[in-house]
Design a protein around this ligand. Structure first.
Ligand code: NAP
Length: 346
């Protein structure tokens, strides 16, 4: 079996999780991760045995590691020279500069949802457009919100043939590890209407007509989506059939808020901690069974998104798409998820 050599540029919230998920796969290996300078996160790379590189090539920045406890192998260019594909996990909006570096190195590249679709002209989520990304040179894994919307809307669209969606993203104000974001005591509407979240689904599934509003609320745990979808005449579905469809969909969990005593994102996250993945992650989209209702052709539902982790397994599948090693998205998803389960002994 060919082992795909993967570099991770940016070892923060997303980068460290993607590195773990890649490390779990038999067909991939981490050839290095980058940090801008010595900090506590470098210890995690050392513990995992991931070679550590500096995010930049400047001698001064590389030498900032000299007086630290961390062994820095060199600058980004050296890392790129030993990789087949780089997963850019830098903070959003740094993509344009990094893209030039990847193009110069001549390797395949993946960005995250903090970058715009226009950077790569191609976006990715496994259930929507794995095939369109097959053998591509570079792409963008869509954001946590777009991934969440795609997981439940794409199977509905595939059944119905058309779909019109209005949704509101109730967004966490910050990740648990962030101290510089807010609000901490307010509800902050996104005053750019519609928000970018819903329309971003159309970068991976253009046939779904979708718009969204967004508000940020003082919580760090998860996002919640409140979704209204209009199905076409003759869809042949009812509430129970839609719930069954999602129960059979990869990376979607359906539970009953009342009967399972899981009424809020706090309990969902507690359940995620019980599952045993590192950092208490929940890769799956969580749908409240008792919050789903089809009235006529109009479907109402809520779902919760663990913003730090739903995109993680998507990055693994995206590597297989770009490298042209697995054509079928469901086969890739099943390989990815079973390797992650084994890795964490679940
Ligand atoms: N956090 C989420 O909930 C979430 C969910 C889905 C998608 N995303 C997207 O994922 C991307 C990464 O977000 P994040 O939350 O992981 O950010 P983060 O926690 O701030 O981590 C960013 C990492 O990038 C490093 N970095 C800084 N400048 C860089 C550069 N020029 N090139 C390469 N790396 C650089 C940082 O290095 P140091 O550690 O040395 O400072 C840090 O390790 C963004 O596009 C974001 O929109 C985030």
């Amino acid at each position: 079996m060919v082992t795909i050599k993967v570099a991770i540029n940016g070892f923060g919230t997303i980068g460290k999780r993607v590195a773990d998920a890649i490390d779990a796969q038999e067909d991939m290996e981490i050839v290095g991760v980058t940090k801008t300078g010595p900090s506590f996160g470098c210890g995690l790379a050392a513990k995992k045995g991931f070679p550590l590189y500096c995010t930049f090539d400047d001698v001064e920045k590389i030498s900032s590691f000299d007086d630290s406890d961390y062994d820095c192998k060199g600058g980004l260019s050296e890392l790129l020279s030993v990789a087949d594909v780089v997963i850019d996990c830098a903070p959003g909006k740094m993509g344009a500069t990094n893209l030039q570096k990847y193009k110069s190195a001549g390797i395949k590249y993946m960005f995250q949802g903090g970058e715009k679709h226009s950077l790569t002209g191609l976006s990715y989520t496994s259930c929507a457009n794995h095939k369109e990304n097959f053998n591509a040179q570079g792409t963008r894994v869509v954001s946590c919100n777009t991934t969440g919307l795609s997981r439940t809307l794409v199977p509905l669209f595939d059944h119905c043939g058309s779909l019109k969606v209005e949704c509101t993203m109730i967004r966490r104000a910050a990740d648990p590890g962030d101290s510089d974001k807010g609000p901490i005591n307010a509800i902050k509407p996104v005053l750019k209407v519609p928000s970018h979240h819903g329309p971003d689904v159309m970068t991976v599934k253009p046939e779904i007509e979708i718009n969204s509003l967004a508000v940020a609320v003082p919580t760090t745990l998860m996002h919640v989506h409140s979704i209204i979808a209009d199905l076409p005449e003759g869809h042949g579905l009812n509430t129970e059939k839609i719930i069954e469809m999602w129960m059979d969909t990869p990376r979607v969990i359906v539970m009953n808020g009342k009967e399972d005593r899981i009424p809020t994102t706090a309990e969902v996250m507690e359940m995620a901690r019980d599952i045993g993945r590192k950092w208490g992650d929940l890769h799956e989209i969580f749908v409240w069974e008792d919050g789903v209702k089809l009235i006529g052709n109009r479907l109402y539902y809520f779902q919760a998104i663990h913003q730090e982790s739903d995109v993680i397994p998507e990055n693994v599948d995206c590597v297989r798409a770009l490298m042209g090693t697995e054509k079928d998205w469901k086969t890739s998803v099943s390989k990815t998820d079973s390797a992650i389960s084994k890795y964490y002994n679940l």
